[in-house]
Write a protein that binds this ligand. Sequence first.
Ligand code: ME8
Length: 520
Amino acid sequence: MRETYYVTTPIYYVNDVPHIGHSYTTIAADVLARYFRAAGRDVRFLTGTDEHGIKIVKAAAERGMSPKELADEVVVHFQDLWADLNISYDDFIRTSEERHEKRVQAMVRHLVDRDEIYSGRYEGLYDESQEEFVTESVARDNDYKSHISGKPLVRYSEDAYFFRLGKWVPRLMEHVESHPEFILPAARRNEVLSKLRQGVDDLCISRASEKLGGWGIPMPNDPNHSVYVWIDALSNYYTALGWPDVGDAHDGDHTRYWPADVHLIGKDILWFHAVYWPCMLMALDRPLPRCIFAHGWWTSEGKRMQKTLGNFVSRETIASICREYSVDVYRYFLMRAMAFGADGDFSRTALRKRYNNELANNIGNLLNRTLNMIEQYFGGKVPIPASVGAQEQPVLDAAEHLRDGATKLMEVCACHTYLDKVMDLVSATNRYVDTTAPFKLAKDESQRERLGTILYTCVEAVRIVLMYLSPLMPDTMAAGLAQINWKAPPGRTIEELASWGQLPPGGQTQKGQPLFPRKL
Ligand code: ME8
């Protein structure tokens, strides 16, 4: 098994404040990071902000600020939200930082030296809201509007530099075809492949600096031009690790963490990640990331999120959900409500329903009734189990399936299937309580040993459930694990800790506040 795990989120534009979409990718990355830390890997988790480009220049001008002032103001919203949502990133990169700018220049310099870049003239259309060059035919199909924002495309005509993208496409296709996990989910991979088969032009990778008011990273071979914002942005995944070496304090980490294990992104930015970025890396003779995973988009209350529709899940909405439920419940809902990779809908009603059904009735209730019975029948001490039999088997099997599959599932970002397995164990244990009816056995003193086995089985299953839910709901699960008096011996992996029977009998349980009080 690999020792390290490197996961990244997109770096977010600072033209506007964060919303549910940003929080989704970041929470998913955090869940993966926390899982792999628990699995014993040396994790590097990177997020940050994308601060150059015309979109930021225009947003700043509208607010009467310089781009740098706008970035400095908005970056705080992202950092605060990540602190609120308990995001355990290791590094936060801003593309306006010197450590990044110097390395982008060094990278572009390598490309120039390798004759991967040539000068020419760009005559065509540009989608300023997506920072994307658009071909005439695609523009026509979309009525000369952005396919994402619907804003009119802008015509550019200027001298520019081009990257020999087309030259690398055959090799990229070979790589995509021979590495089924390079682009996930599979449906997205097929979309990329079919678009690649239609042929790809070289990529314009610069913009006249004056058009950007000088805001951007100067091309190292021609300071009158700035590096195209997507080239600048994609590089962050590598520059944050200190590549290329430029002789400053940040040199070095890349040898340990590169190639990235997964770039988590939304489906709208797959093409940049699955085509431009790997082709650049091939041109630089660097290893490719192992996986690019494109998740789906949230609608809200059944409609596309729009500020004017009043259904925008803003930072304020997120804060109010966290106040009403908790940060952990918000994290859980996002990861549970839509299969990772598919689209899904956010609604307060769906959130309440899932909260009551799954968290309050299933998980919280299982913990509560287990602790109640241990308290009532064993003075709160974890009972000693006798031998397990056929009735226990479905619970043990569910725990084993979970333990067996967890890492493999997380390696392909199948967070929803991972959660299904946790919920299978919860259901198996709730069914077990119903069929073994410990509250009836408790009335018969001769069944005391059996009662001990049943309650041990319950509390042990609860322990494993809480451990596997910890990457999603770290604080709440820590509170639950304290209630059953679980103290994990240090230095052991989740897989080791989740093998059956690790909870020592005799420990004093401590029934506390319900983890998930029912909401009316
Ligand atoms: O694209 N549901 O930044 P960004 C789910 N700077 N995800 C959503 C969403 C929704 N409704 N709306 C947006 C950029 N997103 C670039 C990235 S990376 C080198 C540069 C997601 O701030 C979207 O899919 O516009 C994207 O992954 C992310 O928010 C960042 O968007």
